[in-house]
Design a protein around this ligand. Sequence first.
Ligand SMILES: [Zn+2]
Length: 206
Amino acid sequence: MKFLNFILDVIYPNLCIGCGKEGEIICEKCLKGMRRFPFFTSGENIRAFFSPFIYDGLAREAVHLLKYEGLKVLSKPMGEEMGRLYAEKGYPVDVIVPVPLHKKRLKERGYNQAELLAREVGSFLGVPVGDFLTRERYSKPQVELSGDERRINVRGVFKACGDVCGMRILLIDDVITTGSTMEECGRALLSRGALEVYGLTFAREV
Ligand SMILES: [Zn+2]
């Protein structure tokens, strides 16, 4: 663990990232103030995408702190919000699969934020987490690219592995923008025999 990550994890857990109040990492009031994403959509390979929040304000800040600032303790309340939404609106699944990082990026960051969220969602829903995807190619960060470029950038990047035959899978990531990353993951899983693939992210860009 990087020293800075360690410090952040130790110092911040009791202060709300929204208002600084002591107690929870995101207090109830700040959580209630975050804009909810009002519906779910379907895709080509993903039967339905679910996200509790719109990617702006504090939701954006939370993703940023989890992903780039090493504030891993955030994965618990974030994952619980995702699990709560999925328990209300989602469909039964057999396994939860995080969108993988390339080995090189995993080494740079030290952890995969999608995996941390997947673990929390898994324990909230009582569904196991499985490693059924690998990222074969190092692609540019999607954030730098337009919609069409994103689709091309992730084409063929993911490979499904292990026995996913007949499985209903819930894919987990932090944010969904155009959905191309999840669509590619879905394509890889379906082509290996998965029955259905759903997507769940903490936030969604509008
Ligand atoms: Zn607060």
